[in-house]
Design a protein. Structure first.
Length: 417
């Protein structure tokens, strides 16, 4: 018969027990915003450039918008992107640490689908493209067998924000949300006024009561930095929309911005706007005259955002090619120009031309359609005597040109942050 000898087991475990934090857990706070778009919304879905009929508003998309506006509102307090990233990571999280801000989107509803041709059914040569100028990415492209993209009108939703931030961090988050509502939006091309927002409840909390309130909320001592900030921005406001011609006030304000931007891109200031006339900017002439070996090029338009694609025109000698940014972050330079309607707490909606404080591009890559070779050159803006549009506006640089043209177009109230 086999026998087993029982071994004595130790009564104590030699491993050290893990440490547990038994202090008071963080207190989570919840905010609720009831929001609605005042201009059409395009894009914003899981597929870039396309809207999702089932879920027009996605929390991940809103998180990206809010993180940008958090950086824009808080960025003036940091000299380097690295310092700003560490502060952003502490609030919004990263791949290595969890976020302390949770976003939930509820009660989504859209008034109906729309397309560029429905929004602006008749584009007359005499009037120009108006707000349809902002919709070109969603237009039909028969050569590519692509139809119009669909968007939505009057999208309403509830945004629930849950956080466990300190008092100072919560106030910074509040500023970012206010800036997003005032200057941002939902979906694609929010810098061109699509998906602009208003708050339907607690308006005094989230909407400015007056133009001066924008300064009170967002002004900050500006300092030189290598990232985009709202501090140091300049805003030009137009008159409040009245809802003429059956248009909603938000759409009317958006149309006035489309008319301004289409005219400005032609350079027809202060001269009469001729939608079908040639551009007054010298960029085609400068680019056509560019020779290999040139170390520098002087242009204005790249300071309003990159890339720029120039199309070929039959029967005309014009530059055809692409201008791209040349920096470690890629080929794009997001436009520092924001054109959008701003909703105020008293129910008024005013069109706004905003120029963010953004480091200007230093170098660009130029590619001609007929050549596989790309040129990389230093970039500067031309002197007033070298650019007819600057001369006509009495402007020394791209920012002055934009703001003086905006004033001539009726955006007469200026706010400096």
């Amino acid at each position: 018969m086999l026998s087993y000898k029982r071994r004595s087991m130790p009564r104590r475990i030699s491993l050290r027990a893990p440490d547990f934090d038994i202090s008071t857990p963080p207190k989570w706070e919840e905010w609720e915003l009831k929001l609605a778009t005042i201009t059409p919304m395009f894009g914003g879905g899981a597929i870039p450039g396309q809207a999702d009929a089932r879920r027009p508003i996605r929390p991940s998309s809103l998180r990206g918008h809010l993180r940008f506006w958090w950086r824009a509102t808080e960025g003036a307090g940091f000299r380097t992107p690295e310092e700003l990233f560490l502060a952003e990571e502490a609030v919004w999280g990263s791949t290595e640490r969890p976020s302390r801000v949770i976003l939930r989107v509820e009660a989504q509803d859209a008034a109906g689908e729309t397309t560029p041709s429905r929004l602006v059914p008749k584009v007359k040569p005499s009037s120009g493209p108006r707000e349809r100028f902002f919709l070109f990415p969603f237009e039909a492209r028969p050569s590519e067998n692509k139809g119009q993209d669909a968007g939505f009108e009057r999208v309403s939703f509830t945004l629930r924000i849950i956080h466990n931030l300190s008092v100072e961090e919560a106030e910074a988050l509040r500023r970012a949300i206010r800036a997003w509502v005032a200057f941002g939006g939902v979906g694609a091309r929010t810098r061109r006024g699509l998906g602009a927002l208003e708050v339907e409840e607690d308006k005094e909390e989230w909407l400015p009561q007056s133009p001066g309130h924008l300064r009170e909320w967002f002004a900050h001592p500006a300092q030189e930095s290598s990232h985009t900030t709202l501090a140091g921005a300049i805003i030009r406001l137009g008159p409040a929309a009245r809802g003429h011609g059956g248009l909603p006030k938000g759409h009317e304000a958006w149309r006035s911005l489309g008319e301004f931007w289409a005219r400005f891109r032609k350079g027809h200031f202060p001269s009469e706007y001729r939608p079908t006339g040639p551009t007054a900017w010298q960029d085609h002439k400068v680019l056509l005259g560019l020779k290999p070996g040139h170390p520098r090029v002087s242009l204005v338009k790249p300071f309003y955002g990159l890339p720029i694609v120039y199309q070929a025109f039959k029967g005309k000698r014009t530059f055809a090619g692409t201008l791209e940014a040349l920096h470690p972050r890629g080929k794009r330079m997001a436009s520092p120009v924001i054109l959008k309607p701003i909703a105020f707490a008293d129910g008024t909606i005013r069109p706004a031309v905003v120029f963010l404080k953004t480091p200007p591009p230093q170098r660009i890559r130029i590619t001609k359609q007929e050549s596989p070779h790309a040129w990389e050159l230093d970039l500067s803006f031309p002197g007033p005597a070298e650019e007819e549009v600057l001369v006509s506006l009495g402007a020394q640089n791209p920012l002055e040109a934009l703001m003086r043209a905006a004033e001539l177009a009726g955006f007469t109230e200026e706010i400096r942050l």
